[in-house]
Design a protein around this ligand. Structure first.
Ligand code: C2E
Ligand code: MG
Ligand code: MG
Length: 564
């Protein structure tokens, strides 16, 4: 086996069995195993969460619980290393269940000797390695190491879902190298490979950590830019890529020159779904080639159309403010245990008079953000929400929390915290009754700055909740730096309860994560009784969703709080 000892965690509540297993392992010739022992379920789970062992041996009997329970918890906690289950006697049913739950092997204690144990460990580790390798092969391009078409498709799909949920913008770049074929034909595959590798390295250097560059095949590449704040930042990246490709690539003493043509499509302007975005980025790429290559072209080259739509929207949004076309709806938030409403979430609506339609924030928030209009609208939202809360307080509804959504970018505007403090004071609202919701995703950008702002928010007495939790890229360990009171489980997980086991596991994991960090949990988008029951059983604190109440106008709130 490899030079580094294989680290094994044994979980067994019987010390004699531990000694027996330890002795068996010591008898294995020429192997280097490092055995750690945990006797009880909870400390074992803590150890597993550290993710530092290469393999696990679980005894079936663990006090009141079983090794199968531990197996389940280990997977929920994200354990991917192989787990071997040990039992006192052979039991076909447990054996089958163990395999079904993902155990790597199942051994009967009375029947093992050091050879059998060694073989089982070795096989489990090998299978695990092979699985990892396959997984990697299926998702990465062998030559360049970049994500391949499969991984790209997964990512672009979730990026578009995410952008539509967050009402944010997304950029998709489609790249094709200029004159790759003649070089490949003239100088051979070695030269072609060198170019593809060189291009990949430059591409990776031109983008940020959260962006994704993938090789689709041949000399075609794509880049996903999730969460861009305006078309300007997409232009910046596209320009950088074109420039970075210009210097020659050295191969066998030769200077090979390729440049690249880049087509750009942006969500939502150039396509509302994956297919149309990819198609339009591809069309734009051909236009870039037509214009001589080594350049980028936006799909709506007819920028007039794109910017025109935008300008129309912007003009509409400017007017909206003057003409009082904005209003708020409120969605009640309920305690799951008692089904009592305890809070409201303020949601922005635009009653667009020129088209006689009420618009949801997904369609216009990006424009509000991009134009900076969100700052004054945000101030209005805050005072309107406080006014509503005060009205309800006066009607006798006490201890009601108001949740207001802010983007992290909004919160980073100078003076915003003072504005929040001032407005709540003006309206006579206790700051602790205001909860600011920000999406998980915006947390990780401007990390340091966000930490400071959130602590100031805490200083003025308001609390913070992390919205759409589970969909973003926050690293769990960084959560502890933020004074977060509450996690909101994204509705995409809730809607899959009863349909997708992994999503159920994620809901449970978020609930236990929150509770371990002394936070509260709210589930979003509860639509059915069975989702509600599942969440109740999983110990979720609060919930909102159409089952309980859709977002409603101010005049429907009194009924909900059954004012006495
Ligand atoms: P969010 O904060 O996650 O808000 C919850 C969204 O889920 C709302 O969509 C709500 O109408 C919807 N919803 C509620 N119950 C259900 C349900 O049972 N099933 C389903 N499928 N959906 C449900 P809405 O109003 O379209 O808002 C979308 C997003 O826009 C919000 O997501 C929030 O991130 C943002 N947003 C809304 N109002 C504001 C605001 O005043 N300021 C800022 N910065 N963002 C806002
Ligand atoms: Mg929210
Ligand atoms: Mg949400």
């Amino acid at each position: 086996m490899s030079a580094k000892p294989v680290s094994i965690l044994l979980v067994d509540d019987d010390e004699d069995d531990f000694i027996l297993t330890r002795d068996l392992i010591q008898e294995i010739p020429e192997a280097s195993f490092q055995l750690t022992w945990r006797a009880d379920f909870d400390s074992a789970l803590e150890e597993i969460k550290q993710n530092r062992h290469d393999l696990y041996l679980f005894d079936y009997r663990l006090g009141a619980k079983t090794g199968l329970d531990l197996l389940h918890e280990a997977f929920v906690a994200g354990c991917v290393a192989p787990i071997i289950l040990l039992t006192g006697q052979g039991d076909r049913e447990i054996d089958l269940k163990a395999m079904e739950k993902g155990a790597a092997d199942f051994l009967i204690k009375g029947q093992i000797n050091s050879q059998i144990l060694e073989r089982s460990i070795r096989y489990s580790l090998e299978r695990y390695k092979a699985k990892e390798e396959l997984h990697k092969m299926a998702q990465y391009d062998e030559l360049t190491g970049l994500p391949n078409r499969n991984l790209f498709h997964d990512r672009i799909k979730s990026a578009v879902d995410h952008a539509s949920r967050q009402s944010s913008l997304l950029g998709l770049l489609f790249l094709d190298l200029d004159k790759f074929k003649p070089i490949n034909d003239t100088y051979g595959h070695g030269a072609g490979d060198a170019i593809l590798k060189g291009v990949s390295a430059r591409l990776s250097k031109s983008i940020r950590e959260n962006d994704l560059a993938a090789r689709l095949g041949g000399d075609e590449f794509v880049v996903i830019l999730p969460e861009v704040d305006s078309s300007k930042s997409v232009i910046a990246v596209a320009g950088r890529i074109v420039e970075n490709m210009k210097p020659p690539i050295l191969f066998d003493g030769m200077e090979l020159r390729v440049t690249t043509s880049v087509g750009v499509a942006m969500y939502p302007f150039d396509g509302a779904d994956v297919e149309s975005l990819v198609k339009n980025a591809d069309i734009a790429m051909y236009r870039a080639k037509d214009e001589g290559g080594s350049r980028y072209v936006f799909f709506s080259q007819d920028t007039d159309v794109r910017e025109g739509n935008l300008r129309e929207n912007i003009r509409g949004l400017h007017r909206a403010q003057d003409r009082d076309e904005f209003f708020l709806e409120y969605q009640p938030i309920y305690i799951i245990g008692s089904r009592k409403p305890v809070g409201l979430e303020a949601l922005l609506r635009w009653n667009r008079k020129d088209v006689e339609q009420v618009m949801l924030p997904g369609s216009f928030l990006p424009v509000l953000e991009e134009t900076g209009l969100i700052i004054s609208v945000g101030e209005w939202i805050m005072s309107e929400a406080c006014r509503e809360l005060r009205r309800l307080n006066m009607l006798g509804v006490k201890d009601l929390r108001m949740a207001v959504n802010f983007s992290a970018r909004q919160l980073r505007q100078p003076g915003v915290i003072d504005m929040l403090a001032r407005i709540s004071a003006e309206q006579g609202i206790e700051p602790s009754m205001i909860q600011i919701e920000i999406t998980e995703d915006s947390l990780m950008h401007h990390f340091q700055e966000n930490i400071e702002i959130f602590h100031r928010l805490q200083e003025i007495g308001m609390t913070l909740s992390l919205d759409d939790f589970g969909t973003g890229h926050s690293s769990l360990s960084s959560l502890k730096y933020f004074p977060i009171k509450r996690l909101k489980i994204d509705r995409s997980f809730v809607s899959n309860i009863g349909l997708e086991k992994p999503d159920e596991a994620i809901c449970k994991a978020i609930i236990s994560l929150a509770h371990n960090l002394l936070m509260q949990v709210t589930a979003e988008g509860i639509e059915t009784e069975s989702q509600f029951r599942f969440l109740a059983e999983a110990g979720c604190d609060e919930g909102q969703g159409r089952l309980l109440s859709p977002p409603v106008g101010s005049n429907s709130l009194e009924k909900i709080f059954t004012v006495g």
